[in-house]
Design a protein around this ligand. Sequence first.
Ligand SMILES: O=C(O)CCC(=O)C(=O)O
Length: 306
Amino acid sequence: MPTTNQLTDEQIAEYRKNGFIGVNNVFSMEEVEELRKVTEEFVQQSAELTEHNEMFDLDFAAGHSPETPKLRRITSPHTRHPVYEAASRKEGLLDIIEQLIGSNIKLHHTKLNMKAPGGGAQVEWHTDWGFYPATNDDILEIGLTFDDMEIENGCLMGIPGSHTWPALDHHQDGYFVGAVSEDDFDMEEAVPIRLKAGGVSIHHVRTLHGSAPNISDRPRRLLLMGYQAADAWPLRGVPDWDKWTQDILRGEPTNEPRLEKVPVRMPLPPHPREAGSIFELQENLKKSHFATELDAAGIQQQQQQQ
Ligand SMILES: O=C(O)CCC(=O)C(=O)O
Protein backbone atom coordinates (compact mmCIF):
# COMPACT_ATOMS: atom_id res chain seq x y z
CA MET A 1 0.00 0.00 0.00
CA PRO A 2 1.62 3.35 -1.01
CA THR A 3 1.84 5.97 1.71
CA THR A 4 0.17 9.35 1.41
CA ASN A 5 1.78 12.78 1.74
CA GLN A 6 -1.18 14.96 0.79
CA LEU A 7 -4.45 15.79 2.50
CA THR A 8 -7.49 16.19 0.27
CA ASP A 9 -9.44 19.47 0.31
CA GLU A 10 -12.15 17.61 2.27
CA GLN A 11 -9.67 16.50 4.94
CA ILE A 12 -8.32 20.04 5.28
CA ALA A 13 -11.88 21.40 5.56
CA GLU A 14 -12.70 18.79 8.22
CA TYR A 15 -9.58 19.70 10.22
CA ARG A 16 -10.48 23.41 10.06
CA LYS A 17 -14.10 22.72 11.07
CA ASN A 18 -13.69 20.03 13.75
CA GLY A 19 -10.11 20.62 14.92
CA PHE A 20 -8.98 17.03 14.29
CA ILE A 21 -8.83 14.30 11.65
CA GLY A 22 -7.49 10.78 11.22
CA VAL A 23 -5.44 9.86 8.12
CA ASN A 24 -4.49 6.29 7.29
CA ASN A 25 -1.39 5.07 5.38
CA VAL A 26 0.94 7.92 6.25
CA PHE A 27 3.63 5.47 7.42
CA SER A 28 4.34 2.11 5.78
CA MET A 29 4.07 -1.18 7.67
CA GLU A 30 7.87 -1.56 7.31
CA GLU A 31 8.34 1.73 9.14
CA VAL A 32 5.81 0.69 11.79
CA GLU A 33 7.55 -2.68 12.28
CA GLU A 34 10.86 -0.94 12.87
CA LEU A 35 9.25 1.46 15.36
CA ARG A 36 7.62 -1.46 17.20
CA LYS A 37 10.92 -3.36 17.37
CA VAL A 38 12.87 -0.41 18.80
CA THR A 39 10.03 0.35 21.21
CA GLU A 40 10.09 -3.23 22.53
CA GLU A 41 13.81 -2.80 23.26
CA PHE A 42 13.03 0.33 25.30
CA VAL A 43 10.25 -1.51 27.15
CA GLN A 44 12.75 -4.23 28.11
CA GLN A 45 15.25 -1.56 29.23
CA SER A 46 12.64 -0.21 31.64
CA ALA A 47 12.00 -3.61 33.24
CA GLU A 48 14.27 -3.25 36.27
CA LEU A 49 13.17 0.27 37.12
CA THR A 50 11.08 0.79 40.22
CA GLU A 51 10.42 4.50 39.75
CA HIS A 52 9.93 6.97 36.92
CA ASN A 53 12.96 8.77 35.54
CA GLU A 54 13.45 11.55 32.99
CA MET A 55 13.14 9.10 30.10
CA PHE A 56 10.62 6.53 31.29
CA ASP A 57 7.21 6.88 32.93
CA LEU A 58 6.10 3.50 34.28
CA ASP A 59 2.58 2.10 34.46
CA PHE A 60 2.40 0.72 38.00
CA ALA A 61 -1.39 0.52 37.90
CA ALA A 62 -1.12 -1.88 34.94
CA GLY A 63 1.32 -4.05 36.95
CA HIS A 64 4.80 -2.91 35.91
CA SER A 65 7.42 -5.42 37.13
CA PRO A 66 10.72 -6.90 35.86
CA GLU A 67 8.78 -9.89 34.50
CA THR A 68 6.02 -7.83 32.89
CA PRO A 69 7.46 -4.37 32.16
CA LYS A 70 4.72 -1.82 31.50
CA LEU A 71 6.01 1.44 30.13
CA ARG A 72 3.49 4.28 29.99
CA ARG A 73 5.65 6.87 28.25
CA ILE A 74 9.04 7.41 26.64
CA THR A 75 9.84 11.12 26.92
CA SER A 76 11.33 12.87 23.85
CA PRO A 77 11.87 9.62 21.92
CA HIS A 78 13.28 11.50 18.88
CA THR A 79 16.34 12.31 21.02
CA ARG A 80 16.70 8.67 22.16
CA HIS A 81 16.76 6.71 18.90
CA PRO A 82 17.24 7.57 15.19
CA VAL A 83 14.15 5.56 14.21
CA TYR A 84 11.91 7.94 16.16
CA GLU A 85 13.85 10.94 14.88
CA ALA A 86 13.34 9.75 11.29
CA ALA A 87 9.61 9.42 11.94
CA SER A 88 9.43 13.00 13.23
CA ARG A 89 11.27 14.29 10.15
CA LYS A 90 9.54 12.16 7.52
CA GLU A 91 9.13 14.34 4.43
CA GLY A 92 5.69 12.98 3.57
CA LEU A 93 4.47 13.86 7.06
CA LEU A 94 5.97 17.36 6.85
CA ASP A 95 4.21 17.84 3.49
CA ILE A 96 0.90 17.17 5.26
CA ILE A 97 1.76 19.47 8.16
CA GLU A 98 2.73 22.22 5.72
CA GLN A 99 -0.78 22.08 4.27
CA LEU A 100 -2.14 22.96 7.72
CA ILE A 101 0.33 25.37 9.34
CA GLY A 102 2.45 26.72 6.50
CA SER A 103 5.99 26.24 5.28
CA ASN A 104 8.07 27.31 8.31
CA ILE A 105 7.78 24.27 10.57
CA LYS A 106 9.40 23.71 13.93
CA LEU A 107 9.29 20.48 15.92
CA HIS A 108 7.73 21.27 19.29
CA HIS A 109 8.20 17.98 21.18
CA THR A 110 7.73 14.23 20.95
CA LYS A 111 6.49 11.58 23.38
CA LEU A 112 5.48 7.96 23.01
CA ASN A 113 2.39 7.09 25.03
CA MET A 114 1.60 3.44 25.58
CA LYS A 115 -1.44 1.76 27.02
CA ALA A 116 -0.89 -1.79 28.11
CA PRO A 117 -3.61 -4.36 27.39
CA GLY A 118 -6.27 -4.62 30.07
CA GLY A 119 -5.87 -1.36 31.94
CA GLY A 120 -3.41 1.07 30.31
CA ALA A 121 -4.29 4.44 31.77
CA GLN A 122 -6.67 7.02 30.41
CA VAL A 123 -5.65 10.54 29.48
CA GLU A 124 -8.05 13.07 30.98
CA TRP A 125 -9.63 15.72 28.76
CA HIS A 126 -7.39 18.66 28.03
CA THR A 127 -6.14 20.98 25.33
CA ASP A 128 -2.43 21.17 24.54
CA TRP A 129 -2.95 24.95 24.50
CA GLY A 130 -3.66 24.74 28.22
CA PHE A 131 -0.05 23.54 28.65
CA TYR A 132 1.76 25.74 26.12
CA PRO A 133 -0.11 28.86 24.98
CA ALA A 134 1.64 30.89 22.28
CA THR A 135 1.37 34.10 20.27
CA ASN A 136 -0.68 32.28 17.62
CA ASP A 137 -2.29 28.86 17.43
CA ASP A 138 -0.74 27.41 14.26
CA ILE A 139 0.34 24.45 16.34
CA LEU A 140 -0.80 20.84 16.03
CA GLU A 141 -0.04 17.37 17.26
CA ILE A 142 0.37 14.25 15.17
CA GLY A 143 -0.34 10.84 16.74
CA LEU A 144 1.31 8.01 14.79
CA THR A 145 -0.24 4.73 15.88
CA PHE A 146 1.77 1.48 15.93
CA ASP A 147 -1.41 -0.54 16.50
CA ASP A 148 -4.88 -0.44 15.04
CA MET A 149 -6.41 2.18 17.33
CA GLU A 150 -10.00 1.54 18.31
CA ILE A 151 -12.29 2.56 21.15
CA GLU A 152 -11.51 -0.71 23.00
CA ASN A 153 -7.77 -0.05 23.24
CA GLY A 154 -8.17 3.60 24.19
CA CYS A 155 -8.01 5.55 20.94
CA LEU A 156 -7.70 9.31 20.99
CA MET A 157 -11.04 11.16 21.02
CA GLY A 158 -11.84 14.79 20.25
CA ILE A 159 -14.68 17.24 20.79
CA PRO A 160 -15.59 18.71 17.39
CA GLY A 161 -15.27 22.49 17.16
CA SER A 162 -13.65 22.86 20.58
CA HIS A 163 -10.57 24.47 18.97
CA THR A 164 -12.69 27.62 18.54
CA TRP A 165 -13.79 27.78 22.20
CA PRO A 166 -12.45 30.28 24.73
CA ALA A 167 -9.34 29.23 26.68
CA LEU A 168 -10.42 26.36 28.93
CA ASP A 169 -9.52 26.25 32.59
CA HIS A 170 -7.20 23.35 33.47
CA HIS A 171 -7.03 24.26 37.16
CA GLN A 172 -8.43 22.74 40.34
CA ASP A 173 -8.41 24.56 43.67
CA GLY A 174 -6.40 27.28 41.95
CA TYR A 175 -3.59 25.00 40.74
CA PHE A 176 -2.82 23.74 37.24
CA VAL A 177 -3.76 20.06 36.97
CA GLY A 178 -3.57 19.65 33.18
CA ALA A 179 -7.21 18.61 32.76
CA VAL A 180 -10.53 20.39 32.41
CA SER A 181 -13.45 19.76 34.72
CA GLU A 182 -16.33 17.57 33.63
CA ASP A 183 -18.75 20.49 33.62
CA ASP A 184 -16.89 22.26 30.83
CA PHE A 185 -18.11 20.00 28.06
CA ASP A 186 -20.44 17.19 27.12
CA MET A 187 -18.57 13.90 26.82
CA GLU A 188 -21.40 12.53 24.67
CA GLU A 189 -20.09 14.76 21.88
CA ALA A 190 -16.74 12.95 21.87
CA VAL A 191 -15.75 11.46 18.52
CA PRO A 192 -13.22 8.60 18.46
CA ILE A 193 -10.33 8.76 15.98
CA ARG A 194 -10.12 5.19 14.76
CA LEU A 195 -7.01 4.34 12.76
CA LYS A 196 -5.04 1.49 11.26
CA ALA A 197 -1.41 1.00 12.32
CA GLY A 198 0.67 3.51 10.33
CA GLY A 199 -2.13 6.06 10.31
CA VAL A 200 -1.96 9.41 12.09
CA SER A 201 -4.34 11.52 14.09
CA ILE A 202 -3.91 15.26 13.68
CA HIS A 203 -5.34 17.59 16.28
CA HIS A 204 -5.20 21.35 16.63
CA VAL A 205 -3.48 22.70 19.75
CA ARG A 206 -6.77 24.09 21.07
CA THR A 207 -8.83 20.93 20.49
CA LEU A 208 -10.23 19.31 23.60
CA HIS A 209 -9.13 15.68 23.55
CA GLY A 210 -8.67 12.68 25.81
CA SER A 211 -8.68 8.89 25.73
CA ALA A 212 -10.22 6.10 27.78
CA PRO A 213 -8.33 3.21 29.43
CA ASN A 214 -7.37 0.24 27.31
CA ILE A 215 -9.88 -2.47 28.13
CA SER A 216 -8.84 -4.72 25.24
CA ASP A 217 -6.19 -7.46 25.10
CA ARG A 218 -4.09 -5.43 22.62
CA PRO A 219 -1.58 -2.63 23.25
CA ARG A 220 -2.10 0.95 22.11
CA ARG A 221 1.17 2.65 21.26
CA LEU A 222 0.92 6.23 20.00
CA LEU A 223 3.93 8.33 19.00
CA LEU A 224 2.83 11.91 19.61
CA MET A 225 4.75 14.58 17.74
CA GLY A 226 3.97 18.28 18.14
CA TYR A 227 4.73 20.82 15.38
CA GLN A 228 4.31 24.56 15.23
CA ALA A 229 4.64 27.44 12.83
CA ALA A 230 8.12 28.89 13.46
CA ASP A 231 6.54 32.24 14.40
CA ALA A 232 4.22 30.79 17.08
CA TRP A 233 6.18 32.05 20.05
CA PRO A 234 5.66 30.32 23.41
CA LEU A 235 4.27 32.79 25.95
CA ARG A 236 6.61 31.27 28.54
CA GLY A 237 9.55 32.29 26.36
CA VAL A 238 12.34 30.64 24.39
CA PRO A 239 15.02 29.64 26.89
CA ASP A 240 17.52 28.24 24.37
CA TRP A 241 17.82 29.88 20.94
CA ASP A 242 20.25 27.25 19.59
CA LYS A 243 17.92 24.40 20.45
CA TRP A 244 15.00 26.38 19.02
CA THR A 245 16.72 26.81 15.66
CA GLN A 246 17.92 23.19 15.58
CA ASP A 247 14.31 22.08 15.75
CA ILE A 248 13.30 24.03 12.62
CA LEU A 249 12.50 21.21 10.19
CA ARG A 250 11.38 23.28 7.21
CA GLY A 251 11.79 26.93 6.25
CA GLU A 252 13.46 29.53 8.42
CA PRO A 253 13.56 30.46 12.09
CA THR A 254 12.40 33.95 12.99
CA ASN A 255 12.74 36.19 16.01
CA GLU A 256 9.55 38.04 15.00
CA PRO A 257 6.61 36.29 16.68
CA ARG A 258 3.27 36.59 14.87
CA LEU A 259 0.76 38.03 17.32
CA GLU A 260 -2.82 36.86 16.82
CA LYS A 261 -5.84 37.60 18.97
CA VAL A 262 -6.05 34.21 20.70
CA PRO A 263 -7.69 33.44 24.06
CA VAL A 264 -5.09 32.41 26.61
CA ARG A 265 -4.95 31.10 30.16
CA MET A 266 -1.51 30.42 31.58
CA PRO A 267 -0.75 27.00 33.18
CA LEU A 268 0.10 28.71 36.46
CA PRO A 269 0.44 28.43 39.36
CA PRO A 270 2.03 24.96 39.17
CA HIS A 271 0.59 22.20 41.29
CA PRO A 272 2.47 21.83 44.61
CA ARG A 273 2.75 18.07 44.02
CA GLU A 274 5.56 17.83 41.51
CA ALA A 275 4.69 15.89 38.37
CA GLY A 276 6.98 14.58 35.65
CA SER A 277 4.34 13.58 33.11
CA ILE A 278 0.79 14.47 32.20
CA PHE A 279 -0.29 11.18 33.80
CA GLU A 280 1.17 12.13 37.17
CA LEU A 281 -0.14 15.69 36.93
CA GLN A 282 -3.66 14.54 36.09
CA GLU A 283 -3.65 12.13 39.04
CA ASN A 284 -4.33 15.27 41.10
CA LEU A 285 -7.77 15.56 39.49
CA LYS A 286 -10.33 14.82 42.21
CA LYS A 287 -12.86 13.32 39.82
CA SER A 288 -11.68 11.44 36.74
CA HIS A 289 -13.76 11.65 33.60
CA PHE A 290 -13.18 7.93 33.35
CA ALA A 291 -13.93 7.10 36.97
CA THR A 292 -14.46 3.40 36.45
CA GLU A 293 -14.04 0.86 33.70
CA LEU A 294 -17.80 0.79 33.51
CA ASP A 295 -17.81 4.50 32.69
CA ALA A 296 -15.32 3.83 29.93
CA ALA A 297 -17.50 1.03 28.61
CA GLY A 298 -20.52 3.36 28.78
CA ILE A 299 -18.74 5.94 26.65
CA GLN A 300 -17.85 3.23 24.23
CA GLN A 301 -21.43 2.15 23.82
CA GLN A 302 -22.50 5.70 23.13
CA GLN A 303 -19.76 6.16 20.61
CA GLN A 304 -20.38 2.95 18.81
CA GLN A 305 -23.90 4.13 18.17
CA GLN A 306 -22.60 7.26 16.39
O1 LIG B 1 -2.10 9.16 24.70
C1 LIG B 1 -3.19 9.71 24.52
O2 LIG B 1 -4.22 9.09 24.32
C2 LIG B 1 -3.30 11.21 24.50
C3 LIG B 1 -2.07 11.88 24.92
C4 LIG B 1 -2.14 13.34 25.08
O3 LIG B 1 -3.06 14.00 24.70
C5 LIG B 1 -1.01 13.96 25.75
O4 LIG B 1 -0.11 13.26 26.23
O5 LIG B 1 -1.00 15.22 25.80
